[in-house]
Design a binder for this molecule. Sequence first.
Ligand code: ADP
Ligand code: MG
Length: 419
Amino acid sequence: MTTFNELGVHASVVDSLAGRGITEAFPIQAATIPPALAGNDVCGRAPTGSGKTLAFGIPLLASARKARPRHPRGLVLTPTRELATQIADELRKLSRRTRVSTFFGGTGYGTQLKALQRGVDIAVACPGRLLDLMDRGAISLDDVRLAVVDEADRMADMGFLPEVRKILDRTPEDRQTLLFSATLDGAVDALIRSYQQDPLTFRTDEDKLDGTRVAHSFIHVDRHDKIHRTAALAHQHQSIVTFCRTKRGADRLARRLSDSGVSVAHIHGDRTQRQRDRALAEFKEGRAKMLVATDVAARGIHVDDVDCVIHYDLAGDGKDYIHRSGRTGRAGATGTVVSLVSAEEKGKLVKLRSELELSDVEFDPALEAPKQQSSTPGRPRRPQRAPRRNAKATGHRKAPSGASRNQRRRPRKSAASRG
Ligand code: ADP
Ligand code: MG
């Protein structure tokens, strides 16, 4: 176990972490904080809940200096507004004197412009709004010393990489770059090649379901019974995130659950920022025990102590499955993940199973025979809960396969090509 003190983290940050009961570094933090503090580029691949925010937040705060108006010194790019807000909150908790502001669309410009005028040391931004502010001349990235790209794979999925490139192209070439992602292939790898120099690469064995702390089960449910099953699961758990495929579906489910007495909040892309903020706050503060969400709206959202994730509609693919399921079992806690699979979804399940390594997973036998009719009369099947293995949280995910210095020297893009 490595303490933050041993990693060379500033005493005031160590103290503020200790105040929240955080004393020992997670593997990704132990591996990446020292090289990042020393000024190296770092690229980290790790699943949700592995502690990436502190891994970049600590070096970011260490490098922050008082910024000139409109010239932030630190920059974090992140795919969603909710994530931007969470990161900014975390940074503010770690340092009172650093001025941290968020920049994202869906809200007015007034507050963001005013903050820039006063001076923002660290800007946490979604790409669209940041580019917009750059085009208006409201912000300059000329003073950025350290840039962080968080959830790079999600940004790629959401089509943000061209914007991310444009933004990084406008930061000084000798800046330090930290990049974090759950996967490092394809477009993300290309991003690393263009914008990181000789990065220290840290990987954990991600993409595998961690059956030791989180129990996964797939239950065969008649389409019309899904609501009741969801309500029943709500009664068995304290804090639940339920995923729907469509915004309409999320609206409908939230309404019907609320009618049946479950305290529920919901978020999706068509709700206003204020509605989304309020829903998230209700859920975080426990006033709503369930959050109903669509995939996009839930990206990167992190709420502690979610003990159950329900796939009300089956995840579209393996990536989405892992991402959704990662809302529970965070930071070494245990959790339950249940997919409610109707007869209509069996075809999709076959595909999903082939994409996931599902060794430690409980399958409803009814799902093993794709031809079986769902409308067999009889006693409704009780939701099966897979046994929890190692229910005692050890406080750690899988051991990392280790950090390795990437030997290949990657030339930075030439100044001429960075317009
Ligand atoms: P990620 O970005 O990798 O999905 P987060 O940075 O959001 O993960 O961290 C997940 C949770 O773990 C948060 O609640 C965070 O406060 C907690 N956490 C992070 N690092 C530590 C640590 N070293 N010890 C205990 N809890 C931690
Ligand atoms: Mg994160």
